[in-house]
Each structure stands twice: as structure tokens, then as C-alpha cells.
Design a protein around this ligand. Structure first.
Ligand code: G3P
Length: 218
């Protein structure tokens, strides 16, 4: 299972990359806007920090525009995955860019039918947004279950399920239970995955007992 982090914040990326848990990064126009920094420079910097796939999203809405933007983004570094929206034009762009051996992440996926189209368009990744579905009263993880089941029926589908819009640790656990290949996790939630009160309590008790022995290991 691969962990991507869902942020364009260089400081966060640098810090989290040091944990050895980060296999890639996803950004989107909202996350880039939050940094207030130039897009291409930000993507180049992220690509140099994390060797795995780094998603950079196009902003054109027509296929030709997306293809042109995608080609430009792909030139930034070998590990750029061009992110396109799940629209008719987005999937046309996905097919063209994938045929050119560029990694493509098809984003804003909200249904199993859309995920089938992304796989047929040769996407490297499809990004179903579980949190945003939950927000509407629909079971986001139910969609992941459907997509994983459907893709397993067709060995020719090479698209990896990248679970996005993650809001809490149980989204990560459930994605793992279902066999999704990738989760993209906001930095705060990656931190929450480590926490358990019994770990803290147990460690405090071990250290207190060790102290009583008066010994040191080094
Ligand atoms: O990168 C796309 C996705 O993860 C967005 O998450 O929290 O804005 O729904 P969110």
C-alpha cells in the first residue's frame, strides 16, 4: 500500500518525507493557491524531495488545452503525474498523455461508472473523493469497495485506486482493508495514524521502571 501526502506545503513535505512513509504527493489548484507560491517552482521542488509520483493538476477545461498543459507539466520532472478532471475532455487528454507514457491521475471521481471510464482511458491513478461523498450522506468507502471489485474483474485495467479526500484515520484503515493501492493523506491525518493512548501510557510505564534500575544502554 502506498502513502501519498495531500499537500503543496514544502515544509510539511520535507518533514514528512523524513519519516520514510511518503511514496508520493498529490496537489490540486486549491492546495497550490494556499501556498501563495508559483506553481511550476513548487512542483519542481516537490519532485526533487520525493522520488515517487507527484500530481500536478491542469486548469484548462478543453482536451487540447489539458494536453498542452499536461505536456508542459510533464517536462518539469520525470515523476510528475498529470492530474486531469473526470470529464469527457479530461479522459480524452488522459488517453493522449498516457499513450505518450506520461503518468495521469484522473481526479474528481465520484462514481464507479466514472472509474471504469478512467481505467479505459489508461489512467495511472483514479482518485475517488471519499470525504466529499461522505459529506453528501453517501458512503465514500462503499465507492472504493465497488471500484476495487470492478477493477479486479479486468486484469487489463492497470489503473491504481488512489483514495482521496481522506478526513480521518479510519478512511486509511478501511482503504487498506479493501485493498486500494494508494491513499493520499493530509499531513495532519498522517500524524494521527501514529497515535494511541495505550502506546503513550505503556511507554511512560516502561521508562519509569527502567529509571529505577539506574542502568543505561549506551
Ligand atoms: O487532492 C484532492 C483531495 O484529496 C481533496 O480533499 O479534503 O479537499 O475534499 P478535500
Amino acid at each position: 500500500m502506498k502513502f501519498f501526502i495531500d499537500t503543496a506545503d514544502i515544509d510539511d513535505i520535507r518533514e514528512l518525507a523524513g519519516t520514510g512513509m511518503v511514496d508520493g504527493v498529490t496537489t490540486n489548484p486549491s492546495l497550490v493557491a494556499k501556498t501563495g507560491r508559483p506553481f511550476a517552482d513548487t512542483i519542481a521542488e516537490i519532485c526533487a524531495i520525493v522520488p515517487g509520483p507527484i500530481s500536478a493538476e491542469v486548469t484548462a477545461t478543453d482536451a487540447d488545452g489539458m494536453i498542452a498543459e499536461g505536456r508542459k507539466l510533464a517536462q518539469i520532472a520525470d515523476n510528475v503525474a498529470v492530474k486531469v478532471p473526470l470529464t469527457v475532455d479530461g479522459l480524452r487528454a488522459c488517453k493522449t498523455l498516457s499513450d505518450e507514457s506520461t503518468m495521469v491521475n484522473v481526479t474528481l471521481c465520484f462514481s464507479a461508472a466514472q472509474a471504469i471510464l478512467a481505467a479505459k482511458a489508461g489512467a495511472t491513478f483514479v482518485s475517488p473523493f471519499v470525504g466529499r461523498l461522505d459529506d453528501t450522506g453517501t458512503d465514500g468507502m462503499g465507492l472504493i469497495s465497488d471500484i476495487v471489485e470492478i477493477y479486479a474483474n479486468y486484469p487489463e485495467f492497470k489503473t491504481e485506486v488512489l483514495v482521496a479526500s481522506i478526513r480521518h484515520p479510519m478512511h486509511v484503515v478501511e482503504a487498506a482493508r479493501l485493498g486500494a493501492e494508494v491513499v493520499t493523506i493530509p499531513p495532519k491525518i498522517l500524524g494521527q495514524l501514529y497515535n494511541h493512548p495505550l502506546t503513550d501510557k505503556g511507554l511512560a510505564a516502561f521508562l519509569a521502571d527502567w529509571e529505577k534500575t539506574g542502568q543505561t544502554i549506551l
